[in-house]
Design a protein around this ligand. Structure first.
Ligand SMILES: [Zn+2]
Length: 136
């Protein structure tokens, strides 16, 4: 049984998101673009969310973005997250045009909408979890 105070992590095999997680081990934040229609696709999946074709290519984000919105988590029944409260989770608009949900590693009073943020990495065995921190 895993340590209750360790972050829950993806379980593999996971065919849709496994290439994304493999790239995180090298601190690369990746997303998909449809070769047929140009749609940017995130979270990773097998088919384009625009035209439903399955011809997606992987690209790498520079990891720079803007906070679209956020919330402060003050209750969580899962032991790892309960030990972190209060913490911030936000929707971040990456400069390449996709939006992702992630923890923003800053105090609840230090995050605001439209704030510029940069990806940082929490390393684990075989993968890293992308978090964001406010830019200086
Ligand atoms: Zn498409």
């Amino acid at each position: 049984m895993p340590d209750q105070l360790e972050r829950p992590l993806p379980v593999f095999p996971e065919p849709d998101t496994e290439p994304f997680w493999a790239a995180t081990a090298d601190h690369r934040l990746t997303y998909q673009v449809c070769r047929a229609c140009g749609q940017i696709v995130f979270h990773p999946r097998r088919h384009c969310t625009g035209c439903l074709l399955g011809d997606l290519e992987w690209r790498e984000s520079a990891g720079q973005g803007t906070v679209y919105t956020f919330t402060v988590i003050r209750q969580n029944g899962q032991p790892f997250f309960r030990a972190r409260i209060p913490y911030v989770v936000g929707l971040v608009d990456l400069d390449e045009g996709f939006r992702m949900l992630a923890e923003i590693a800053a105090g609840p009073g230090a995050v605001h909408v439209n704030q510029r943020v940069t990806v940082i990495w929490e390393d684990h065995s075989g993968l890293s979890v992308p978090l964001f921190r406010p830019q200086e």
